[in-house]
Design a protein around this ligand. Structure first.
Ligand code: ADP
Ligand code: ADP
Length: 218
């Protein structure tokens, strides 16, 4: 039974057709790798599945509901509660400490500060980043920042984690640590992972690999 279902999805930026009719089903708890050459539409597909970009044609459903039938408030709620997103460069808020960054999605959901802080510290510890709680992003290494970003994506226990090259900016060892942390956390919570990657070893660990070529699934 399908958690996410995309049918004939099309998305263009001006004259560039980034997605030319993509259909894809993702089951609950599945680990999916999206691979393919640069410019083939991987990021556009990921952002469309996550409800961040709106395709011009086709449909994307989550849990049986079409994303384009949801109100803006419902889409926001879905993105905050059910989805966790990690991008290549982490995108932490520079003014906030690591633990404040991780607690942010909970604060947006009106959790009390003390409980948000406790839950956020718990996720940092699980990602081997407990000691970084009070450090600001500017003082973190790339791998550390990426683990903090991962903790922030996991803190709401999302049903789907969308990750765009989460190890792209890291060396092999740091990338490996981030991935192991991501897979362990997903195993624990039963979350699905939808990940864009150009690393074959990363793709090999997924349950399934979907290869993009020129805006379609090859
Ligand atoms: P990938 O992730 O596989 O590198 P993208 O989804 O980023 O592919 O891009 C697919 C195509 O769409 C590329 O030709 C890219 O240059 C173009 N593209 C992506 N984002 C934009 C944008 N914001 N504006 C214009 N063109 C874009
Ligand atoms: P990736 O391959 O990881 O998507 P890109 O370098 O293709 O990385 O894209 C990085 C960012 O630049 C994305 O936000 C994408 O939407 C945007 N982008 C990519 N191609 C173009 C383009 N031709 N014109 C404008 N923005 C673009």
């Amino acid at each position: 039974d399908q958690l996410i279902s995309a049918r004939a999805v099309r998305k263009a930026y001006g004259r560039t057709e980034a997605l030319r009719g993509v259909s894809l089903d993702i089951s609950a708890g599945e680990k999916l790798a999206i691979t393919g050459p640069s410019g083939s539409g991987k990021s556009t597909l990921l952002l469309s599945l996550a409800g961040i970009l709106r395709p011009e044609a086709g449909e994307i459903s989550y849990d049986g509901r079409r994303l384009d039938d949801l109100s803006e408030a419902e889409r926001t709620r879905l993105r905050r509660r059910e989805f966790g997103v990690v991008l290549q460069f982490g995108q932490l808020v520079p003014e906030l400490t690591a633990v404040e960054n991780v607690a942010l999605p909970l604060m947006l959901e009106r959790h009390a500060r003390a409980s948000a802080d406790r839950i956020a510290r718990g996720w940092l510890e699980r990602l081997d980043a407990g000691a970084l709680a009070d450090v600001v992003p500017g003082e973190l290494s790339g791998g550390e920042a990426q683990r903090v970003a991962l903790a922030r994506a996991l803190v709401t226990s999302p049903r789907v984690i969308f990750a765009d090259e989460p190890t792209g900016a890291l060396d092999t060892v740091a990338g490996e640590q981030v991935l192991v942390a991501l897979y362990d956390a997903a195993k624990e919570t039963g979350a699905a992972i939808v990940m864009v990657t150009h690393d074959n070893r990363v793709a090999a660990r997924a349950d399934r690999e979907v290869r993009m070529l020129d805006g379609t699934i090859a």
